[in-house]
Structure formats: C-alpha cells, structure tokens
Design a protein around this ligand. Structure first.
Ligand SMILES: [Ca+2]
Ligand SMILES: [Ca+2]
Ligand SMILES: [Ca+2]
Length: 302
C-alpha cells in the first residue's frame, strides 16, 4: 500500500497523533509555558510504608532467644527484671525517589499489651546490621523463642556467627525521638531528628539498619509490647509515614533548570510510557506530567 495521501502516523503507546498535530501541540505548549506565572518548583508527596523487618533482643548472656516471625516485639524491662529491646527497619530507598528532601516522618506502632503505666520509649538509630530469621515465641511472646541462624539476639546481629560490638545492640546514643507510652493503643514518634534519620536512610541506604526501641531500663516491669509486621491485623503493624519533596522535578536533562529543553523532551515522549518525562509515575506521559513541569517552569534548581 502506498503512503501517498495518508497522514504520517506515529503510534506512541495508546495515543496516535500525526506529526502535524504534534507540531501544533508543541507550539501551543511552548507559548503556554513561556507566559505562565510560576509559583512553585517543588512537588510534595506522602508515602506510608511497612517494616522490612522487625525483631526483639531478649536479654540473655548467651543470646539464645529471638522472635523473627512473631506477632509482637517488646521494649522495657519485664517482670523478671530482664531487658527487651525492639528493632525495626524500613526500606526508605525503595519508597522515596532518590534526591528527595525528607520534610517530615511519623513512626506509628500499636502497643497491644503492658503491665505498666506511662513510660518513655526512645528510638535510636542502629549502627550495625541485624537479622530476622524464622524464630517464633510462644504464648504472649514475652519470653522469646529459640534463636535460629540469622536471627538478631541480645548478643548477635546475626545468630550465631555475627555478634554485636556491644551486647544489647549497636546504636547511636542520640535519641532520635521519644514518646510516653501508657495504655493499649497507637503511639507515634516524630520530630526533626527522626526526619534527619530518614533522610540519611534514603541518601545512604547501605547504612540503613533501622531503629532500636529502648524503654525505661531502671526499676522493673516497664515493658511495652508492640505489634510487628507479622501481626495478624494488618492495620496494627508498624507504619512509617514519610512526607518528602522533589525540589527539581521537571529537570529532565539534568542541567539544574526547568526550561524549554525539558518541555521539548516531555512533548517528544507525550503519549508514551516515558519513562523520563513520566513525572507522576503513572506510566504515561500526559497532561498531568505537563502540568507538573509547567508548575516548575523557569525555576532554577536549589
Ligand atoms: Ca519480625
Ligand atoms: Ca533542564
Ligand atoms: Ca504520568
């Protein structure tokens, strides 16, 4: 079949446009972008992610107890005078685009059992890696289960071959966030240091070992029990809410400015899956992405 007299079509994803139409779109969009008053160059978003792993360090001189796949984790001192510390980690880099600025974070845990009243419970960043293997405690889980290879224990990051440098876990002495925990219910930790932690977890994912939860470790019977990521009620599992911004969204060619060059790239990818110009991540370059780019148009990157 001859192509004479038939408009030249380009199939781009599910959208078919003629070259002439594309040129018209380009012309009109360029004019629109150049006349728009620009008010903002940032895009904020919020994601909530579950824990990638969690466990409990049960105080024991040989480190024989753990609870890798248990329903609960613990922090504080139990009725027998033994310390428990919860450890949990979130894969921040898998959920937040690299280069993002972390604006605020909130860690929420469901406290499901306690014998004590109001107790401060502190988060600290862990400084060494640790494991969650198949150990599981029985009953209310306060006693821990037999540690299996790869489990975190009081003595080990990974039972039975890799000890912590310090018994009870290697953590930053700086308190990342604190919360007074009383009766059963949901509790949240947030603040500037916690946000800084998450920024670091994003920027340096290889050193993201999560947090340790440390209760009052003087006196007795201060422990709090929290639901883990293996809890049977999904809504009670640990959740980390992260609000972030992308300060230079729309800079498709990496020259630290959002301008006509970037607009041209977006238009060239219009109707396709991108990926470069798919600014909102919905697998199609369309007017939504154009709106994002136009909102950032003309702004230098910080
Ligand atoms: Ca776990
Ligand atoms: Ca650019
Ligand atoms: Ca899109």
């Amino acid at each position: 079949m001859s192509g004479i007299g038939v408009p030249v079509l380009e199939k781009t994803g599910d959208v078919i446009v003629t070259k002439r139409e594309r040129a018209m779109i380009r012309k009109s969009l360029l004019g629109l972008a150049c006349t728009l008053a620009v008010t903002s160059s940032s895009l904020a978003d919020t994601v909530t992610i579950g824990a990638a792993k969690d466990n409990t360090l049960y105080e024991h001189f040989q480190g024989l107890f753990s609870n890798g796949v248990g329903r609960y984790c613990f922090a504080g001192i139990n009725g027998g005078g033994e310390i428990r510390r919860a450890v949990l980690q979130f894969d921040v880099a898998a959920a937040v685009p690299s280069g993002a600025t972390i604006d605020s974070v909130t860690l929420t845990l469901n406290m499901s059992r306690t014998n004590s009243g109001d107790q401060a419970q502190d988060l600290h960043r862990l400084l060494a890696d640790w494991g969650e293997a198949g150990s599981i405690a029985s009953g209310q889980e306060g006693g821990g289960g037999a540690a299996l290879n790869g489990d975190a224990t009081w003595i080990h990051g990974f039972f039975s071959t890799t000890p912590w440098a310090t018994e009870g876990g290697d953590f930053d002495p700086t308190v990342s966030a604190t919360q007074v925990v009383g009766g059963v219910g949901f509790y949240s930790w947030s603040g500037a240091q916690l946000a800084a932690d998450v920024q670091s977890m994003l920027d340096d994912g290889a050193n993201n070992y999560g947090w340790i939860v440390i209760g009052v470790e003087s006196g007795g019977d201060t422990a709090k029990r929290y639901d883990t990521r293996d809890n049977l009620t999904p809504g009670n599992r640990p959740a980390l809410e992260i609000t972030y911004s992308l300060p230079c969204v729309g800079d498709l060619n990496g020259d630290m400015a959002v301008d006509t060059a970037d607009l041209g790239t977006l238009i060239a990818q219009f109707g396709t899956a991108g990926p470069g110009a798919d600014l909102n991540g919905d697998m199609i370059v369309d007017t939504a992405d154009l709106g994002i780019l136009i909102a950032a148009f003309g702004q230098p990157c910080p």
